[in-house]
Design a protein around this ligand. Structure first.
Ligand code: GLN
Length: 491
């Protein structure tokens, strides 16, 4: 393996800035790595080699001309296939979007380009970001580089696996119920869900609009913070974007890296400490709590009594919004069209297209959501779930009066074998047990490696108040100094 692929984004940018390597050389090393290992990992749905090398040449030319470039200039990045990329295929992991080349870049991708990062390609994901294992991708599952018979998490398993396989030093994900944090946890990488509205949804293929949050994935906390800073901030093209500057996540990550958490109060959620997590995950989490104590943090037990209703509320709100959002895939506007032989009605063509284009999990969500929103059941299901959402938000607000941040295991279990949970949707949904509360509330959450269980990575989640994303980076970076980064076995 070329050594360049083992470097962090910070290290790569430093070498490029110093003229010790070029963006082209770095990009080529990563393209070679993808060519060598992605047949076994399937992290990428589309590799844009030509586009990447062109972007890298541009960075090198601007550098040579003496232009001041940003802190991530020349660093390759892999983008989850849920974000539009101008002229580059965007499928959201679905057959219904096969062949679609969007006419515009999402805001996140625009900002990645403006920051001088080099987009390598688009990563695999559960169809429309619905899933926890990437097995619901219409293009075959991604495999976990730690053990290729296991899942890399989902829905953004491709982005997380690309990092763990050293195919990219940075990646973008989207987190509606845990799709950045859970893949991060089970691949031993870092995944951060920003405050809802802190990163733009413009050009993000919508799943559940009140929850969807694009965010950074990396192998180190500082790299994630730099990426967060590059993509975050107000976007007038997203009506729910927060008109405020990005919290200083980079400074916070650097502060955390000093390894001093004196005066920081961390709440362990009582309801999550003993419940639902398998013993090995709990053991690694408890060790991390000890490590955080040694760094000076004060650990407080905090009860969030409504968190136990988060999963059912999420699995009503998410499907409800998805049933409405996915109505736009009608066989007319995008990609696939089935049965348009001149003899069929528009309605028949739409129905045949949706029948052929959507996979079983997406259909299940559309049906659940349509039912939950129907006039006779609206109050009993969707309305009730919205009330629970308010109660969960109150739990967070009360907790943050007592502590600076909340911590929990990021996932109840380590990477499971491929196929182990596909036959029972509920077993798959359980993967989101600890991550969905932050989405319902809208606050930031990060998963950072905290140890191993049975040789597989475990993630610790830090959750912070809305627009206090910097706090979670500080805690995560401090833990990273104690635990170190995790290195997967050679592929
Ligand atoms: N696993 C969750 C789901 O299936 C989360 C998805 C996500 O965050 N996009 O809905």
């Amino acid at each position: 393996m070329t050594e360049l692929t083992k470097l962090s984004a910070v290290e790569i940018a430093g070498l490029v800035a110093a003229g010790e390597t070029s963006a082209v050389e770095v990009t080529q090393a990563h393209l070679d790595r993808i060519a060598a290992v992605d047949g076994r990992v399937n992290a990428f749905l589309h590799v844009d080699g030509e586009g990447a090398l062109a972007a890298a040449r541009d960075v090198d030319a601007r550098r040579a001309a003496g232009e001041a470039l940003g802190p991530l200039a020349g660093v390759p990045v892999a983008v989850k296939d849920v974000l539009t990329t101008k002229g580059v295929p965007t499928t959201a992991g679905s057959k219904i979007l096969e062949g679609w080349r969007p006419p515009y870049d999402s805001t996140i991708v625009q900002r990645l380009r403006a920051a001088g990062t080099v987009m390598l390609g688009k990563t695999n994901m559960d169809e429309f970001a619905m899933g926890s294992s990437t097995e619901y991708s219409a293009y075959g599952p991604t495999r976990n580089p730690w053990d290729t018979d296991r899942i890399p998490g989902g829905s953004g398993g491709g982005s997380a696996a690309a990092l763990a396989a050293y195919e990219a030093p940075l990646a973008i994900g989207s987190d509606t119920g845990g799709s950045i944090r859970q893949p991060g946890a089970v691949t031993g990488t870092v995944g951060a869900k920003p405050t809802y509205g802190g990163t733009s949804r413009y050009g993000l293929v919508a799943f559940s609009s009140s929850l969807d949050t694009p965010g950074p994935c990396a192998r180190t906390v500082l790299d994630a913070a730099l990426l967060h800073e590059a993509i975050g901030g107000h976007d007038p093209r997203d009506s729910t974007s927060i008109p405020a500057p990005v919290p200083d996540v980079v400074a916070a990550a650097k502060l955390g890296a000093t390894g001093d958490l004196t005066g920081v109060r961390l709440g362990v959620v009582t309801e999550f400490a003993g419940e639902g997590a398998e013993p090995g995950v709990l053991a690694a989490f408890n060790e991390a709590v000890d490590a955080l104590t040694k760094l000076g943090a004060e650990i407080v037990e905090v009860s969030c009594p409504h968190f136990k209703y988060a999963l059912p509320a999420y699995y009503l709100i998410g499907p409800s919004e998805c049933s409405s959002n996915l109505a736009r895939f009608d066989g007319v506007r995008f990609g696939l069209r089935v049965g348009d032989d001149g003899n069929r009605s528009l309605e028949e063509v739409m129905s045949l297209t949706r029948e052929a284009g959507f996979g079983p999990e997406v259909k299940r969500r559309i049906m659940i959501g349509t039912y939950a929103l129907s006039s006779g059941y609206y109050d009993a299901y969707y309305g009730q779930a919205q009330k629970v959402r308010t109660l969960i938000t109150r739990d967070f607000t009360a907790a943050f009066e007592r502590v600076d941040a909340l911590i929990s295991p990021a996932t109840p279990f380590v990477a499971f074998p491929l196929g182990a949970r596909t036959s029972d949707p509920y077993q798959m949904y359980l993967a989101d047990l600890f991550t969905v509360p932050a989405n319902l509330y809208g606050g930031p959450g990060i998963s950072v490696p905290c140890g191993l269980s049975g040789g597989l990575p475990v993630g610790l989640q830090v959750m912070a108040p809305t627009m206090a994303d910097d706090r979670m980076y500080r805690v995560a970076a401090a833990l990273e100094t104690a635990v170190g980064t995790l290195t997967p076995p050679e592929l």
